[in-house]
Design a protein. Structure first.
Length: 381
């Protein structure tokens, strides 16, 4: 092989090697461009209030990527570097574009700017008390006790009820009705901006019975005397349990059965009244000491005599007297056992006949009372 052919062969080999290298480099670059992508990591959506700013935290899968932010509505938000500031209510899109070494990526972020000046228009007190009433509701309302309350709201307002067992709630009718004793919370919120809300508490109570003593609060009795105590339960629209019990503090002085108080012995005590187990009233009881009458004689001349002071003037040997025993109240004692000393005594009906009278002292006794009195017998001639 001559020298010229050798040169041609060498140059051909070198050129082929260079061509192969160039081809490999181009393939590597092509494969890289075809397989490598740029991924953007950040929030998909952001909710802001008017005037609020939010720094976007954006990460890219490729280092040193150049990031650009744009928005489709500059009237709703504005962008400064990576900060988003809410200007007015509405929805805007932030488009994130990134590029690194010819590789690009993009992502959209939805930004919702809530309206924060929404008036819910709720015409309901923050706390309302209702009562469980199942009859005579009009009478109850006169006393300021309602089993329902009405309300209204603006449109685009919804609610959450915490305890439907306590109240029934109708937004369409604008009415809340008591069902059972307890507490419930109603949270009204804007469907435009759920962050705007108003919380209201409904307290439901049962009607409480009231005990009214209609008889005397202080009762005075004699031993063995009785008196009933009377009462009423109000209000008229109360339909629950009303169990009244009475207990005497000193059951040696008095006793109580079926609302009747009976005196047992002299002294003072109290009858405690309970309604459904709760002490609500007391009645003072005074039992008088047993009455001990003071008796005296009441003597009058029936025939053949006259009386002046403690002297009986007799016209002869006998006389007829009317002897009675009376207390200081003017009440006569029945069946006194009367005896006399100083003359012969004969009982004639309810009167006493004295015979064989001589001038002397006459002792009159009431044996069953221990009562005695002495008179002077003066026989007239």
């Amino acid at each position: 092989m001559n020298a010229t052919k050798k040169k041609v062969l060498i140059y051909s080999l070198i050129g082929g090697f260079i061509a192969i290298c160039i081809a490999c480099f181009c393939c590597i670059k092509f494969i890289k461009f075809e397989t490598e992508t740029l991924t953007i990591n950040c929030k998909d959506a952001v909710i802001l209030s008017i005037g609020e700013s939010y720094p976007l935290d954006i990460e890219c899968s490729m280092k040193n990527a150049e990031i650009k932010l744009t928005t489709d509505d500059i009237d709703i938000i504005e962008i400064d570097d990576k900060n988003i500031t809410a200007i007015s209510s509405g929805t805007a899109i932030v488009k994130v574009n990134a590029e690194s070494e010819g590789v690009v990526g993009s992502k959209n972020i939805k930004v919702v700017v809530e309206k924060d000046d929404i008036d819910l228009g709720v015409t309901l007190s923050k706390e309302t008390t209702l009562y469980v009433i199942d009859k005579m509701t009009t009478e109850a309302e006169r006393n300021g006790m309602y089993n329902f309350v009405r309300f209204s709201t603006n449109t685009d307002v919804s609610y959450v009820l915490s305890n439907p067992n306590v109240i029934s709630f109708s937004k369409s009718a604008g009415k809340i009705t008591a069902v059972n004793e307890g507490r419930a919370t109603i949270t009204f919120f804007s469907t435009v901006n759920p962050a705007i809300k108003s919380v209201h508490t409904i307290i439901v109570e049962k009607i409480k019975p009231i005990f009214n003593l209609t008889s005397q609060q202080e009762i005075v009795l004699d031993v063995d005397e009785s008196s009933d105590f009377t009462y009423s339960i109000s209000p008229v629209y109360y339909t629950g349990k009303a169990e009244v019990t009475a207990i005497v503090k000193d059951n040696e002085i008095a006793k109580v059965e079926n609302n009747r108080i009976t005196a047992l012995k002299a002294g003072e005590t109290v009858v405690d009244i309970y309604l459904n187990g709760e002490h609500i009233e007391e009645i003072g009881i005074k039992v008088n000491e047993p009455y001990l009458p003071v008796y005296s004689f009441e003597i009058s001349a029936e025939s053949d005599c006259s009386i002046s002071g403690n002297t009986i003037y007799v016209n002869g040997d006998s006389c007829l007297l009317n002897i009675k025993v009376v207390d200081e109240r003017g009440i006569y004692y029945n069946d006194p056992i009367i005896t006399v000393e100083g003359a012969e005594c004969v009982k004639v009906g309810s009167k006493i006949l004295l015979r064989g009278i001589e001038s002397s002292n006459l002792l009159i006794k009431v044996e069953n009372l221990g009562l005695t009195k002495t008179y002077v017998l003066s026989k007239q001639t």
